[in-house]
Design a protein around this ligand. Structure first.
Ligand code: NAI
Ligand code: MG
Length: 357
């Protein structure tokens, strides 16, 4: 009997629709072979939703996400909406989705695929063996604390607050240790405990929880040092767990290790198997509508969907192997092609990966 799965698809803006098409193509290809019955709903999010409904995250989109087993998102935003007032910014939809769907754990793996060493600005010997996973806390910290701007005697004063509750730290840290058990059994907890009170709480929670995972090696690292070590000896890292802002910055830095931001997938998880899957990159307005975007980040996000939401490691691995073999055959989109090398379109790259599956 076929397994039914409901997927809410949110293509969004810019290159979003182009790359999501390739992701959906891969899901369908796998469905035929592995006896899934997929039900897709296509929904507005971000700038296109603002244009049509005057809100970045329409109620109906949220409803379809809540009903689904998993969400596939492209990207949102673009210069057209940059001057909009705060509540009409496309990025609001991302924060809204994370908060409303309880997605507190953001997983961003960075793997250097064989053959892409030359696409990075770092030396090939530094990159050899890079396979790390940034586990970023997604619904707390500076991005969600109270904010204000007020007039004072000396001019305007703007405030952001960095708040963490113990239970918020506990659940993300447990998730990181559990993920490390299926990997190289090493966790680097990143904080700024020499300065920040919230980081001191973070570190004490990590130390307490670490006792429940005696098989995992733990190390604490200050965020400024981590930013440096990630480009100095990136292959030494396994799982990196950190708070929202640090994780945002470090995972973008990790993009350099993979050759292109067009290679980096992500999963956002809460309790249970429901999850939201999206490439790490944005809507790339500079190349939108030209069929140039690298669809690999989205296709690898689809692999994560099978792993974490559909609990099908076999299919996840098949998709990842297909990407690996297509890249090994020399197929490249423009972002990772060497100068003078001919490049495939988004659609051609998607077709190659489907063939390999
Ligand atoms: P970006 O990630 O969209 O683009 C940065 C650079 O990487 C650009 O040169 C772009 O062409 C290239 N690039 C990105 N994805 C690519 C792909 N798949 N294949 C080939 N090249 C790719 O970041 P940027 O330019 O800072 O932001 C553009 C818009 O996207 C902004 O409105 C921003 O707010 C939004 N954004 C949305 C995100 C999301 O939806 N999750 C995340 C980051 C930014
Ligand atoms: Mg970012």
């Amino acid at each position: 009997m076929a397994t039914d799965k409901h997927i809410a698809v949110l293509p969004g803006d810019g290159i979003g629709p182009e790359i999501v098409d390739e992701g959906v193509k891969v899901i369908k290809a796998v469905g035929d072979r592995f006896n899934y019955n997929f039900h897709f709903s296509f929904n507005l999010v971000g700038g296109c939703a603002i244009d049509e409904l005057q809100q970045p995250l329409p109620e109906d989109t949220l409803k379809q996400c809540r009903k689904a087993d998993a969400v596939l998102l492209g990207a949102v935003g673009g210069p057209r909406w940059d001057r909009n007032p705060a509540h009409l910014r496309p990025e609001n939809a991302l924060l809204g989705l994370r908060k409303e769907l309880g997605l507190y754990a953001n997983l961003r793996p960075a793997i250097l695929y064989p053959g892409l060493e030359g696409s990075s600005s770092l030396k090939a010997e530094v990159l050899k063996g890079v396979d790390l996973l940034v586990v970023r806390e997604l619904t707390g910290g500076l991005y969600f604390g109270d904010k204000s701007t007020e007039q004072t005697d000396t001019g305007l004063k703007a405030t952001d607050t960095l708040v963490y509750h113990e239970h918020e730290i506990e659940r993300i840290v447990h998730r990181a240790f559990q993920l490390a058990q299926g990997r190289k059994k090493h966790v680097t907890s990143v904080d700024k405990a020499n300065v920040l009170e919230s980081s001191r709480l973070w570190r004490s929670v990590v130390e307490r929880i670490a006792k429940e995972y005696p098989d995992i090696e733990v190390e604490h690292m200050l965020v400024d040092n981590c930013a440096m070590q990630m480009v100095r000896r990136p292959a030494d890292f396994d799982v990196i767990v950190t708070e929202n802002l640090f994780g945002d910055i470090l995972s973008d830095e990790a993009a350099i290790l993979t050759g292109s931001i067009g290679m980096l997938p992500s999963a956002s998880l809460g309790e249970g198997t429901f999850g939201l899957y999206e490439p790490v990159h944005g809507s790339a307005p500079d190349i939108a509508g030209q069929g140039l975007a690298n669809p690999v980040a989205t296709i690898l996000s689809v692999a994560m969907m099978f792993r974490h939401s559909f609990e099908n490691e076999e299919v996840a691995t098949i998709i990842e192997r297909a990407v690996e073999s297509v890249l090994a055959s020399g197929a490249r989109t423009a972002d990772v092609a060497a100068a003078g090398e001919s490049a495939l379109s988004s659609k051609e790259m998607g077709d190659r990966i489907v063939e390999a599956i």
